[in-house]
Design a protein around this ligand. Sequence first.
Ligand code: 15L
Length: 269
Amino acid sequence: MHRVLITGAGGGIGRGLRETLRGVYPILRLSDRVAIAPARDGEEVDQTELADMAAVEKMVAGCDGIVHLGGISGENSWEKILEGNIVGLYNTFEAARRAGVKRVVMATSNHAVGFYPRAQTIDHRVVPRPDSRYGVSKAFSEALASLYSDKHGIGFLCVRIGNYGDRPIDSRRLSIWVSPRDLTQLVRIGLEHPDVRYEIVYGVSNNKRSWYDNANAYRLGYRPEDDSEPQAAAVLAAEAGRDKDPIAEKYQGGTFCAEDYDAPTERAS
Ligand code: 15L
């Protein structure tokens, strides 16, 4: 990997990876739809709208690997999801194919499988159960990655990211938190591991309260260093006595499941 492109480089994960991947590859090309901090040594900065195919082709030119974080990162209107996460995603993968890119690390999400109950442990082989239009777009990204792997030979690591940050911010995130250094480790596996063809893994730390069997990540050598558990007592104490939505509490996707939920309540049992 000589030049690695990070799309969505202005977002929270993008800004984090800009630091933790600094110096790991000779050149990091950092792209976003909005202006971001100027390039330092070993960096190139780019501003591209993912829905614009000609611009996306320029963004991807000369890159060996891509970390695709770009697009909409939460629930939104269908029009915005369509533009950023369906059209923009297609443009990025298609431009990668045309440019001969070898590897893509795809930031998919826990929300592609958010309607699995918290009582169930799921692995990388479960069928998608999206909890939102956003989750559907992430399931689409996994399907498009599968096509571009099988048909065009691009290696994809699809990382179903939980919640990225310095610490778990609430009780749900105790189960899905991923620390910056653990996510960085997974991204490097995706870009560098010789056997990656098409893989789904969970982007979570070694959380004691995890809902995931992340065996596929471990098989690829992932050895997470962090666990949310030391934060658990404080996080739970801060939530004590708070009213909680039963649908959000039942399913892994939390409030993404509860929003607009109007199925008969017996279906939720
Ligand atoms: C995600 O996929 C989002 O990008 C992030 O903003 C959080 O909502 C996260 O999931 C989560 O589930 O906490």
